[in-house]
Design a protein around this ligand. Structure first.
Ligand SMILES: Cc1ncc(COP(=O)(O)O)c(C=O)c1O
Length: 462
């Protein structure tokens, strides 16, 4: 008997094909040789920053105190653990995160997502009406891919190293004309993934002002979602402390999504959302209930204990580690890559650099640059070590995966790429940066039509 496959929804059909970026990373991971290849593509947090011992002792403390942590191994509720919500509130207030005060937080709701910030973002996509989502370009490709699969249309606004550009935001909204009615929500990543750009406080205010004007004209609330997944990872001392847009949100349209993944451990799956009470938050709580309640109660209680006892030292440790790496990488890029015409954003917060190569040097999977770094050039001298084993391969995220395919940056994106300095050691990253330099020189030779071997007479590759 020949049975046909289950009938998929439009979302099911769109999701049955893995995203190109996932295919590329899966290919790299499938052949990854530990100690040889260098993975600058993944956004994994550095294992060294994950406080294993403290998490273990937090687990012990939680289980030893059933008075406070009542049913830690049972089902949780759809809003999240009251202990964790209290700890997060205290953390924000005592450390003045974003300048938030008790007074402001008293007027807002805080809810915990089922599985990290990712799940809160997914909940938003399921509870708001389909329409246009305004976002920055380059864009957070994981979430925007989901939005597109769900049938949202993206309106991408180019950013620079200070984040989304308010003037362009205004122009793009104006150009929508009547279709402004179709704007569903605004999604902005405050410390950008992929670019590492830090949205300035001035621009944050300007965004709220611009969208508030649109809301007033249409007599409706358009939510602005600020994704603050990396906001506790600003490690450059010269960057002013970010200011929460909840402080000046006159129309109750601002929602902030936070995460403990990058500063404590992704596996705890703790993400939270803060915003004005109302139907939207109520719908998100119901959505959390529908997918099996908020994050496992035990990890919420561990996170609560951790926040109450260890967060200060943890933040210092994590940020010091990333600062040291970023400073060394910036030095290398400035001295070795900038003279070749490379420019970049990032390195002041989180763990990404977003590099732009000179005209003509592309980063997509078929480019000489990519082939060099994947030892796929067809030239044995480049592809193999001692003529036998494949040379070290380096992964990165090509800009073409990061820019919006229907946006303004398609051409520029072709010669851009993201590297993550989180997962690999500084030693390995510096080795990889040397290969990037060689790959640029190789690409220049290849695109100038010169024989690839010419490279070897001019530039020694070691
Ligand atoms: C911009 C952005 N938002 C959200 C997330 C997801 O965070 P979580 O681990 O809390 O789901 C990430 C993870 O890389 C991210 O880069």
């Amino acid at each position: 008997m020949c049975l046909s496959d289950p009938v998929l929804s439009a979302y099911g059909v769109a999701s049955s094909i893995p995203a190109p970026i996932n295919r590329m990373m899966a290919r790299f991971a499938g052949s990854f040789r530990s100690g040889v290849d260098i993975n600058l593509g993944v956004g994994y947090v550095n294992e060294e920053t994950i406080p294993r011992d403290l998490i273990q002792s937090a687990l012990t403390q939680v289980l030893a105190d059933p008075e406070k942590y009542k049913v830690a191994l049972n089902y949780g509720g759809p809003k999240g653990s009251p202990n964790l919500i209290q700890s997060l509130r205290d953390f924000h207030i005592t450390r003045k995160i974003g300048g938030l005060t008790e007074d402001v937080l008293n007027r807002k709701e805080m809810i915990i997502g089922p599985s990290g910030a990712t799940s809160s973002l997914e909940g938003i996509a399921h509870t708001l009406n389909r329409g246009i989502v305004i976002t920055d370009d380059p864009k957070y490709f994981i979430y925007t891919h989901l939005l597109e699969r769900l049938g949202f249309e993206l309106l991408s606004v180019p950013q620079d190293c200070d984040g989304i550009q308010p003037e362009l935001l205004k122009q793009k909204i104006a150009a929508l004309g009547e279709r402004q009615q179709e704007i569903s929500f605004v999604y902005i990543v405050t410390i950008n993934n992929p670019t590492g750009a830090i949205l300035t406080n001035e621009r944050r205010r300007e965004i709220v002002r611009i969208i508030s004007d649109v809301c007033r004209k249409q007599n409706r609330r358009i939510p602005i979602i600020f994704d603050k997944a990396y906001e506790l990872l600003i490690h450059h001392p010269a960057v002013p402390a970010p200011e929460s847009a909840l402080l000046y949100d006159e129309l109750n349209i601002v929602y902030e999504v936070g995460s403990l993944s990058k500063i404590v451990a992704p596996a705890l799956r703790i993400g939270y959302l803060i915003g004005p009470p109302g139907d939207f938050i109520n719908a998100l709580v119901q959505k959390t209930s529908d997918v099996g309640f908020s994050a496992p109660l035990i990890t919420q209680e561990i996170a609560s204990y951790f926040l109450d006892h260890h967060i200060q030292a943890q933040l210092q440790k994590v940020n010091q580690g990333y600062r040291a790496k970023a400073a060394a990488i910036s030095r290398y890029i400035d001295t070795e890559l900038r003279p070749l015409g490379v420019s970049y954003c990032g390195g002041q917060a989180a763990f990404y650099y977003y590099l732009t190569l000179p005209e003509g040097i592309h980063t997509h999977e078929d480019s000489p640059f990519h082939r060099f770094l994947n030892r796929n050039t067809g030239d044995k001298q480049i592809d193999f070590l001692n003529g036998v084993e494949k040379g070290p391969m380096v992964s990165y995220i090509p800009g073409s995966f990061c820019v919006h395919a229907q946006g303004d940056l398609v051409e520029l994106g072709k010669r851009q790429f993201r590297i993550s300095y989180s997962f690999e050691s500084l030693e390995k990253i510096e080795e990889a940066l040397g290969y990037f330099r060689q790959a640029i020189l190789f690409s220049q030779q290849a695109t100038c039509g010169g024989a690839m071997n010419l490279l070897w007479s001019n530039e020694k590759i070691d």
